[in-house]
Ligand binder design. Structure first.
Ligand code: GLU
Length: 370
């Protein structure tokens, strides 16, 4: 095992996937959780704060209703109902392993998108950590339909790391880390350190997922990117391997370490890129592309096409002349307004619309190059 020193940290988000909680596909097992609980207790003794992100509610619910047909179990409403049954079993299961109180925190994407909800969730987590409890976070599966969902707990864990101001994210999985190609292929090498997640890495990772969990390496890479962009280191570690957990306990880094960006995005730009969902697209000409790459705002005259039914204040993706994603930003105008002013010089906007919100279609302060 590759052992390197862990980065110094005070607050860690630990994500435990369904394949560790329900290694047989259903129920809650202690097979791997006893060692994980020992790791958490060790971190507590060192004065570190821990937030746990735990999957497993659907698998726990499935165990209680074995008579339900597989097709119904797989349907969205079936999974939501199983999560409702399993969530309390999951919490009870974790609580048995700790003397400190465990606190259930269920979140959806909307809780992270809306500023007031985000701040409320953040304040609650702060209070729970100040009281030395163990917050256990899961997606609020019962209410989250697709557009409200983050969809997988790898991404949820990364957003919780941002929400709770953590300085380390550890994703425990049933693989040793990220490999340069599928781990079953001959010659596959474990990547110990990753500083940039590029297309090659993404292609090598594929999206193989376990039968029990939702994610695979693809969602782990997305999660690592969210954390890295916020200045948070991410580790992928095999939670089935007691030696890997012992290495973590001793301050070493088994598995893969994704290094935090040296220039993290501002909170506003991070929220824009990773939390907001895009409501439309603007295609731009070559002149606008060059200007955006130099850090300029997007003016209506550089826009060649407008797509989607977005409103002023919504996130829009900005595409290059060849259709590649170039940037993302907040639109200063509704889509019908941009249809009327795209390709026009700034001094014409007020004449065409009868008013001028802004000279820019997307201001550079509200824009992130991708
Ligand atoms: N929220 C789901 C559950 O508790 C798991 C999602 C995931 O595994 O990523 O079963």
């Amino acid at each position: 095992m590759n052992e390197r020193t862990l980065p110094d940290f005070k607050r860690v988000v630990l994500k435990v996937g369904s394949s560790l909680i329900a290694p047989d596909g259903q129920g809650c097992s202690t097979r791997f959780l006893l060692d994980i609980a020992r790791l958490i207790q060790h971190w507590w003794r060192q004065g570190k704060a821990v937030v746990l992100v735990s999957s497993g509610s659907v698998a726990a619910g499935r165990d209680r209703l074995p008579q339900v047909q597989p097709a119904i179990q797989r349907a969205l409403s079936g999974k939501q109902a199983l999560a409702a049954i399993g969530q309390s079993l999951l919490m009870t299961h974790w609580q048995r392993l700790f003397d400190r109180p465990c606190a259930q925190v269920l979140l959806t994407r909307q809780d992270l998108q809306r500023r007031r909800r985000f701040l409320n969730a953040r304040a609650t987590l702060e209070q729970l950590l100040a009281w030395q409890t163990l917050p256990i976070v899961n997606e609020n599966d019962t209410v989250a339909v697709d557009e409200l969902k983050l969809g997988d707990n790898d991404n949820l864990a990364a957003h919780v790391a941002v929400l709770s101001d953590a300085d380390l994210l550890v994703i425990l999985s049933d693989v040793d880390g990220l490999y340069d190609r599928h781990p079953d292929q001959p010659g596959a090498q474990l990547l110990a350190d990753v500083s940039t997640i590029d297309d090659k890495l993404r292609a090598g990772a594929g999206d193989a997922s376990t039968q029990v969990g939702t994610g695979g390496m693809k969602t782990k890479l997305q999660a690592a990117q969210v954390a890295m962009d916020a200045g948070i280191d991410t580790l992928i570690v095999n939670g089935r391997n007691p030696d890997a957990l012992l290495a973590l306990e001793s301050g070493f880094c088994p598995g893969t370490r994704f290094h935090a960006s040296r220039q993290p995005l501002s909170a506003r730009k991070h929220w824009l890129l990773h939390t907001q969902q895009s409501a439309g697209q603007l295609q731009v000409d070559a002149g606008a592309e060059a200007a955006l790459r130099k850090g300029a705002s997007l003016l209506p005259c550089g826009i060649t096409a407008v797509d989607g039914d977005f409103r002023r204040g919504d996130r829009v993706d900005i595409l290059s002349p060849s259709g590649l994603l170039l940037a993302t930003g907040i639109s200063q105008y509704d889509a019908p307004e941009l249809h009327r002013i795209c390709g026009q010089n700034t001094d014409k906007i007020a004449d065409i619309l009868g008013y001028l919100y802004s000279e820019e279609a997307v201001h550079r302060d509200d824009l992130v190059l991708t």
